[in-house]
Design a protein around this ligand. Structure first.
Ligand SMILES: C[S@@+](CC[C@H](N)C(=O)[O-])C[C@H]1O[C@@H](n2cnc3c(N)ncnc32)[C@H](O)[C@@H]1O
Length: 372
């Protein structure tokens, strides 16, 4: 058995009957659970609650949607103007989630959830379309495999399962660790590809405190049980930074390990991250003040922010630093009079004179971020 076939088999069993070994205690929002069928609640193999990050109107993508629990919780939050897409590679899990689609649409008052078949490390490839193609073009020879690869390339390009820049929020609950190590970098690049510029990620998963040694990684039962495929706690964050995300942070961190294997602690965490906006960095006279408590901080682009100083930033950075994981740490200040936009020309660590921003933070329409 390989890692992938082990994962397929384990979650087919999990769709058929509850697997208590795969359950990790999670404190979900009871109001959102109230509408869910008991079978979906029982066949819960998550380790966190990324539904907490869903906003009204979001297009949400749930990676490894399983029984559909997080999708049906998110569907109650996005409303009619949003939508939720669950992707899973396992037909038994997809069938379980789809079994309740009509019932849930009636209860929620909106048919705003769909479940699609795909591998989360290859979100462009539509596996349902591939099954249909294979039914019409069975594989019998090596040449057939070459033709299949050409078909896959065309399908990814011309009708991707999940299009570029199409999702406001990517969520996932205890799935990234199940993807083969050799595919993990591509997986996170795929997440980056599908999120809209300025869009968000909220992922609950299992991390280890130390690197997992090869003999544990080779254990397919430990892997499919969400243990030995876990990334080490620093590697996990760095993988998102390397893909181009900013504001990458641990929002939740279970102090109590879920499992300890050969002295390695495996625990549940939730990370949040943002894809940078595509707006150009134009200087219109904005500033941010880092609140502290540290004397200075650096962001992932190497910008430094000194505690209590009005630091010159472009409008795009001002919006970014006053939202998401940064929001509690910065005060955004708009210019008194908006300057005509100029390409960014300040030296790193440049300050913004108070005279240029005085009074602007009190503009009524700047109340939330100060960056308007
Ligand atoms: C641990 S369960 C989590 C299910 C669900 N997120 C929840 O909270 O209950 C993992 C799910 O991810 C799916 N899965 C695992 N690896 C996958 C992959 N590479 N691509 C798509 N789905 C995958 C499995 O089929 C299974 O439904």
């Amino acid at each position: 058995m390989t890692i992938e076939t082990g994962v397929l088999q384990r979650y087919s069993e999990g769709a058929e009957a509850v697997q208590p070994e795969l359950c990790c205690p999670v404190d979900y929002d009871r109001e959102l659970l109230a509408l869910l069928p008991q079978e979906i609640i029982d066949k819960d193999y998550g380790c966190g609650d990324p539904s907490r990050y869903v906003q009204k109107g979001d297009v949400v993508l749930d990676l490894g949607s399983g029984s559909g629990k997080i999708c049906y919780m998110a569907a109650q939050l996005v409303g009619d103007s949003g939508k939720v897409i669950g992707v899973d590679m396992n037909d038994d899990m997809l069938n379980l989630a789809r079994k309740y689609q009509v019932e849930m649409a009636v209860k929620i008052g909106s048919a705003n959830v769909e479940f699609v078949k795909g591998q989360i490390q290859d979100l462009a490839l539509d596996l349902a379309a591939m099954n249909q193609h294979l039914a019409e073009n069975p594989i019998a020879t090596a040449e057939d495999v070459i033709h299949l690869r050409a078909w896959q390339e065309k399908q990814r390009k011309e009708s991707p399962l999940i299009a570029d820049n199409s999702v406001d929020l990517v969520v996932s609950n205890c799935v990234l660790n199940l993807v083969h190590d050799s595919d993990k970098e591509q997986l996170i690049q795929e997440i980056f590809r599908v999120v809209k510029p300025g869009g968000r990620v909220a992922i609950s998963d299992i991390v280890s405190d130390e690197l997992v040694p090869p003999h544990l990684k080779a254990d397919t039962h430990l892997w499919s049980g969400c243990i030995s495929g876990a990334l080490q706690e620093h590697e996990f964050l760095q993988a998102f930074v390397a893909a181009g995300f900013v504001a990458v942070a641990y929002d939740k961190w279970e102090s109590q390990a879920w499992q300890v294997v050969e002295g390695i602690e495996f625990r549940s965490v939730t990370i949040t991250a943002t894809k940078p906006s595509s707006e150009p960095c134009l200087d219109k006279g904005h500033a941010v003040i880092y609140r502290g408590p540290f004397s200075k901080v650096y962001d992932d682009e190497g910008h430094v922010f000194y505690r209590g100083q009005r630091m010159a930033v472009c409008e795009r950075s001002c919006k970014l630093l006053t939202s998401g994981a940064y929001a509690d740490h910065f005060i955004g200040i708009a210019p008194v009079l908006e300057q005509s936009p100029q390409n960014w020309h300040h030296a790193p660590g440049a300050l913004r004179p108070a005279a240029e921003t005085k009074g602007a933070a009190h503009k009524a329409d700047c109340a939330s971020s100060g960056c308007c």
